[in-house]
Design a protein around this ligand. Structure first.
Ligand SMILES: Nc1ncnc2c1ncn2[C@@H]1O[C@H](COP(=O)(O)OP(=O)(O)OP(=O)(O)O)[C@@H](O)[C@H]1O
Ligand SMILES: [Mg+2]
Length: 254
């Protein structure tokens, strides 16, 4: 199983949309995908219409030693399972102060599910904390959705600094790739930002930026509609192709 973290410390850059669309495009290629909602806000979980009362089984349970198999939720897509966000995830930060080793809980859980899925996609929260650190410790590669806007560069740079910091405590390198999002090719600042993204050393930039597309705004439709269309989804298909082609650089942990 290959584990891809979709992360950026900046909010609203398309992490959840990218996780969802990449998972759908992977499923169309018959890959078995585990989507993990690591954001206590639970946007991904809501998109799949998972009821919040009573709280579902899901991501938090992994931090109590439960197996992926016992807490994953099936979805309307045969190839996609979901680990739902749970409100208790918000308490993990406090727990980590007294419970050493919590930073590797996700990696351990995913190692136990290695044969069940081809890919695990981690939809990360926009904050630097235990959940993001878990994702960076567990993943084979880091995909940073980055809004093609000059103001978004700070978020990207913060994310790359965090990745470098976590990489020092990993036994294998962390592949980093930028996925430009919310791209409008009519706008000069978008074009200039895209050029700038290509200047970061050692970081691959996806050659097919994801355009602004109002059809990507409806997360529930992206999660549940049987067939997806539009130029946004089509760009995600191209992006996935590029990500798959650059796969050999990965070293699998699970
Ligand atoms: N390519 C796009 N075109 C148009 N709207 C988009 C596109 N990508 C994302 N959006 C919209 O932008 C908003 C933010 O996207 P999303 O929720 O995926 O970002 P996020 O990084 O996961 O945010 P958060 O940090 O809050 O978790 C959402 O309303 C989403 O529907
Ligand atoms: Mg999100």
């Amino acid at each position: 199983m290959r584990i891809w973290a979709i992360a950026n410390q900046k909010g609203g850059v398309g992490k959840t949309t990218s996780s969802l669309c990449l998972a759908r495009c992977m499923a169309d290629l018959d890959h078995r995908v585990l989507l993990i909602d690591l954001d206590p806000h639970g946007s991904l979980t809501r998109a799949f219409g998972v009821p919040t009362e009573p709280p579902p089984k899901g991501t938090y349970d992994l931090f109590n030693g439960d197996s992926v198999e016992s807490v994953a939720t099936t979805t309307s897509h045969a190839c996609i399972d979901l680990l739902a966000a749970q409100p208790a995830m918000a308490t993990l930060e406090r727990r980590s102060a007294t419970q050493p080793g919590l930073g590797l809980a996700l990696l351990r859980a995913l190692q136990g599910a290695a044969g069940r899925y081809d890919y695990a996609l981690l939809d990360c929260p926009p904050t630097l904390g235990l959940l993001l650190v878990n994702a960076l410790a567990a993943c084979d590669r880091l995909i940073v959705p980055t809004q093609t806007d000059p103001l978004a560069l700070h978020g990207l740079e913060g994310m790359l600094r965090t990745a470098a910091m976590v990489e020092r405590s990993r036994s294998r390198p962390l592949v980093r790739q930028i996925l430009p999002t919310l791209f409008d090719r009519r706008t000069r600042s978008c074009l200039e930002t895209l050029e700038h993204l290509r200047t970061y050393p050692g970081v691959g930039v996806c050659p097919s930026p994801i355009p602004m597309d109002t059809r990507l705004r409806d997360a529930a439709a992206l999660a549940t509609h049987r067939h997806l269309g539009g130029r946004g989804v089509s760009a995600y298909r191209d992006a996935l192709q590029w990500l798959l082609e650059t796969a050999p650089a990965e070293q699998e942990a699970a």
